[in-house]
Design a protein around this ligand. Structure first.
Ligand code: SF4
Length: 458
């Protein structure tokens, strides 16, 4: 199968494709794929006792050693609509629409990740993350290309410097799976690029010269698409910079191609700790034995693994789905770290949820599971405003000496607040924002609370 050619970033020429679904003709002369049912009815069932995937239906002739070779998986990504129809039933109209969508927002799925999709379920939570939707175009006018304003904080090509002590390195825009909700979807149109050696030198120089940088985040596109040797060249150079304390890697490989987390990679990472790895599971069905083994290899190499999921409509937008996901993560010793509000990226509006949904989810989890299983729900503010944590409001009323709080069951408690003179530097509004004594009145079914007011809060 075809793999896209890779260019250095400096070789990229920006191209603008004009593409809109309205211009898509519905009278495509192509026939329907050869019968939606017959594609799947003739396929053998997977052997009993194996993970519930379609691997044995669609890739049954691929021996285990080939299937578990990450380079084979990577080379054989499904990138064209014609290939996709071999696995997922698509009408000729859908095929035509998908061709237009993929001109603007390309398609890429590893055989492994594709095998987790139930092809007969259009609402499959993994399908929705990897397979195009017509809504990427029909709702395409909503949102912006670069909601986080990363371009303006780019200090040298590939290096974003927003906070004094941290820098973000984007070494490539290549990812094994192109997630339909990706914040950097704008980069997909630029072809496949990796930073050139000269660009990497410029980044390393920049970090060396900025002594306040103690945390280097290597993120995506997915940095683990680079060879282990190439990565080691970069990571070892970063490690030589004395003021860099930690290195973080952001990667979705444990989820979409866990075979990449092999012993060679883990041994290399173990040499340059402390290295933290943040990954991106969004649904409990992504936690397969292969993914669990990949995380285990990382942990045994001294690389802690945290999860940053994105809240996605119809995929994981309930307390039940999030609880299942987070319990599954804890079982494989991965810490649920962040639950992100989906950024307002063009082409992702159909996957975004109202902010209240995220707050309700956290409220539905708090008290019903351990705090360890509850991620921090955050919005990454537009224009580089940074991350803001959001959570349910448990303070019903507050005075100088007391808080009125509700717990997860809705029961109300008075909590004596130690007097503040020991902290004269605390401005009154930190603990007692104006008007807070009257915000969040207790719901009718709760015990009414008599709010005491002080001059500061009244
Ligand atoms: S792995 Fe991350 S950077 Fe790559 S497409 Fe998915 S969300 Fe975007």
């Amino acid at each position: 199968m075809k793999t896209s050619s890779v260019r250095f970033k400096s070789q990229i020429r920006h191209e603008s494709e004009k593409c809109c679904l309205e211009s898509c003709s519905n009278d495509d002369p192509e026939e329907e794929p050869p019968g939606k049912r017959s594609i799947y009815d003739d396929l053998e069932d997977e052997p009993t006792g194996k993970t519930a995937t379609t691997r044995y239906r669609f890739f049954g002739d691929i021996p285990d050693d080939v299937w578990n070779d990450w380079k084979w998986q990577f080379r054989n990504r499904i990138t064209r609509v014609e290939q996709l129809t071999q696995f997922i039933p698509l009408s000729s109209e859908e095929q035509a629409q998908f061709r237009l969508i993929t001109m603007r927002y390309p398609l890429s799925v590893t055989p492994y990740y594709l095998s987790l999709i139930n092809p007969d379920d259009p609402d499959d939570p993994i399908r929705k993350q990897a397979i195009p939707s017509t809504m990427e175009m029909t709702m395409g006018s909503m949102g912006v290309e670069d909601p986080l304003g990363e371009k303006k904080d780019t200090a040298v090509p590939g290096l974003v410097h927003r906070y004094p002590d941290r820098v973000l390195l984007v070494l490539t825009d290549i990812c094994p799976v192109l997630c339909r909700h990706c914040t950097r979807k704008r980069e997909w149109r630029n072809g496949s690029w990796v930073l050139s050696p000269a660009e990497i030198e410029a980044m390393l120089d920049y970090i060396s010269q900025h002594k306040a940088v103690r945390d280097v985040i290597i993120s995506g596109g997915d940095p683990l698409t680079l060879s282990t040797r190439h990565l080691e060249n970069i990571i070892s150079r970063i490690r030589e910079i004395k003021h860099v304390e930690i290195i973080r890697i952001g990667t979705r490989f444990p989820v979409v191609l866990p075979q990449r987390i092999d012993n060679e990679l883990c041994s290399m990472l173990a040499k340059y700790g402390p290295i933290w790895l943040n990954t991106h599971f969004n649904h409990v069905r992504e936690i397969t034995p292969e993914a669990a083994a990949a995380c285990d290899r990382l942990l045994r190499s001294g690389v802690p693994v945290n999860n940053q999921s994105v809240l996605l409509r119809g995929i994981n937008d309930s307390a039940e789905a999030q609880t299942e996901l987070c319990h599954g993560l804890l079982k494989i010793k991965v810490r649920p770290y962040y639950l992100f509000q989906c950024d307002e990226v063009q082409g992702t509006e159909h996957l975004r949820t109202p902010v209240e949904v995220g707050i309700k989810i956290i409220e539905g989890m708090r008290g019903h599971t351990s705090g360890l299983a509850i991620p921090t729900f955050v919005i990454d503010l537009p224009q580089g405003g940074g991350k803001v944590p959001l959570q349910p409001d448990y303070i019903l009323a507050q005075t100088e000496g007391e808080l009125v709080l509700r717990n997860y069951e809705g029961r109300i408690f008075h909590y004596r607040n130690p007097i503040k003179p020991a902290y004269p530097e605390l401005p009154a509004e930190v603990l007692c924002p104006a008007g807070s004594a009257t915000v969040s009145p207790p719901p009718e079914n709760r015990v009414p609370v008599r709010v005491r007011r002080s001059s500061k809060c009244g």
